[in-house]
Design a protein around this ligand. Structure first.
Ligand code: DC
Length: 206
């Protein structure tokens, strides 16, 4: 069984995907991490994330980079969003994601284009979203909780810019796949959102 979980940044899709994987005993792939590794590798190479050649060269990142905590930063998230517009980068990362989705027994993948491009045949597709203001508030709480001094307004601006770039790119833009169940977590706590997702999967599977 393939479960595709798509949605914008800080929507709660990663939390939901992890919880679904644990509940149904499936392996989980956070595909955003692959784009973040490419973004970080461009930075390490001193390249320009908007340049398709620099971005493509960075797809040759070492596996160990995926474990690097720097991938979680807002700065690398922005770089990831910028490299992800290049079709060459998306193509280079496709096989790895596709193979993960097709492994025996199934898998849970979260990202932006799982239900539309990576595994359009997935029997269960979720699109997890929340308002920009709520997503910015969550990110701000998480960052200030880690002692990072940052303005809420700056985060809100970055999230809106990232959404616009992810939704308006020509290749595999962020959108709800046809037939996807939309879960809006704006007014949901973590546990309620997870419960709704588990229920949705169970309903889909009959
Ligand atoms: O989910 P995330 O914030 O870690 O993703 C970082 C960026 O990577 C996101 O802004 C766009 C890109 N991305 C993508 O284009 N396709 C995916 N399946 C996952 C992420």
């Amino acid at each position: 069984m393939i479960i595709a979980v798509d949605g914008p940044t800080a929507s709660g899709k990663g939390t939901i995907a992890k919880a679904l994987a644990a509940h149904f005993g499936l392996p989980h792939l956070d595909t955003g991490l692959l784009y973040r590794a490419v973004g970080r590798q461009v930075q390490i190479n001193g390249g320009n994330p908007d340049d398709p050649h620099d971005a493509l060269a960075a797809c040759e990142f070492p596996e160990s980079l995926l474990e690097d905590s720097s991938l979680r930063s807002e700065e690398v998230g922005g770089f990831a969003s910028r490299v992800s517009v290049h079709p060459g980068v998306r193509h280079a990362l496709y096989e790895r994601q596709r193979a993960f989705a097709l492994q025996e027994g199934g898998a849970v993948l979260d990202g932006r284009d799982i239900g539309t491009v990576i595994a359009p045949e997935a029997p269960v597709k979720l699109f997890v979203t929340a308002s920009v203001a709520e997503r910015a508030r969550r990110r701000w709480l998480e960052m200030t909780g880690r002692g990072i001094d940052v303005l809420l307004a700056a985060i809100e601006r970055d999230i809106a810019a990232r959404d616009a770039r992810d939704m308006n790119r020509a290749d595999a833009p962020l959108m709800a796949a046809p037939g996807a169940l939309v879960i809006d977590t704006t007014h949901f706590g973590r546990d309620a959102a997870i419960e709704a997702a588990i229920e949705a999967v169970q309903t889909r599977l009959g």
